[in-house]
Design a protein around this ligand. Sequence first.
Ligand code: BG6
Length: 511
Amino acid sequence: MQIKPESLILVIFGGSGDLTKRKLIPSLYQLYKQGKMPQRFAILGVGRTSYTDDSFRPYLDEALQTFLASGEYDKALAEEFFSHIYYSAIDPALATSYPLLKERLAQIDATIANPGNYIYYLSTPPSLYGIIPQHLAAVGLNEEDYDTQTPIRRIVIEKPFGYNLQSAKELNSIYKHSFEEHQLYRIDHFLGKETVQNIMAFRFANGIFEPLWNRNYIERVEITAVENMGIESRGGFYDTTGAMRDMVQNHLSQLVALVAMEPPVQFNADLFRNEVAKVYQSFLPMSAEDIRKNVIRGQYTSGEWKGKTHKGYREEDKVDPQSRTETFVAMRLFIDNWRWKDVPFYIRTGKAMPTKVTEIVIHFKPTPHKMFTDAQGLSVPNKLIIRIQPNEGIVLKFGAKVPGSGFEVKSVSMEFTYDQLGGLASGDAYSRLLEDCMIGDSTLFTRSDAVELSWQFFSPIIDAWQDAKFPLYGYPAGTWGPTQCDELMEGGNTWTNPCKNLTNSDLYCEL
Ligand code: BG6
């Protein structure tokens, strides 16, 4: 069993950046509040901005008050927490910074009696992902004893891991020269979400669903992860990234993997990640022609939204006015294995959509014989809806007889919501994953082979988009994306557009 070290320094590269403010510091504070940080710990922010320890703490304090959920901030506790935080104003891109970093770490080691246990968190622009590990290695900050894996030297890398297959391979090879695979933690915060983990519990802790979980009973699977905001202040990052790299290659493919994977023999890092890799290996490759038929990309244009006019993507700050970066992707993919042959997986993501929701809809095949129908004379096939966020829960839709004469059937729901368990269990996705990293459990982090296998499938799509003739459809901000994405659906089916402003009673109605 992995255990948390007694002491540790967490080094955050990109210490003054957006992710540190919004997610990392609030999550670490939560862990501190819950008594889950190591007994002796320090957090060292690293970056080019010229903070000192003393000026960095109030900066983070303000962020904490802004980004913690209301009622979570406790002034006295926050002060105690900030006494563990330090800052080094160095440029992580320069080799000359690393002897300074090493010296600073040694000083903090002496202060907190730490035997050199370090976790490095790369929360920098992706252009530094290949540089930092080499500089760390050059001054020996990567070194662990091979047998005992001490002192702890782990490195957490944010997504996107690579821009395409080629660059992901290059990055993997850089990391292979500087760190061992067990030291690498490629983070995908979707896997830290309680409800994403619950997909595994749902499938593998219940005997009744698994026999139906295959091509014989399932007609199609839909996965939607959409957001009701634009790109806000992230224009610089987003315009060189786009929805495919930001959401599809990582978050959405993880969701596909969890729905489609075979049961691992045990729930541990190797066996679980073997099954994820096998799903990626089974993605049916697409030719250039298949890509045109199966993938729709879009970009939001200005639109009336929430009572205001929302800018189009090209008018956003730090975005090229001619940009062809996609803010929306919808696609149909197939998993070419025994269980899923010919079952379409429809996945979609987008910015500036009517609501923020992530959900999976499993559509079961209709009964072979249409004995009972709804008022329109249609069958009422079963559906299973797994709502990842918000209003987390699971709903099974089934047909029930409408009371009265005749035999009309109507779709009704059996619902479970996480509220019934007294709200969501502790912590957010980042807290869970940071804690896993501290105890050395890499199960919920992406392995090198999985990154490459996933890119192997998605890279050709990005390549096909280099052709200026590949359509990029506009959609007004606040709508469900380009109308062309309906053409992906077969047999008169439509996308399931989840409700806005959900309440438990009208949860899972469709627009
Ligand atoms: C991040 C993306 O990984 O996930 C963002 O970079 C996106 O663009 C975010 O907004 C969505 O995550 P969540 O947890 O808010 O659904």
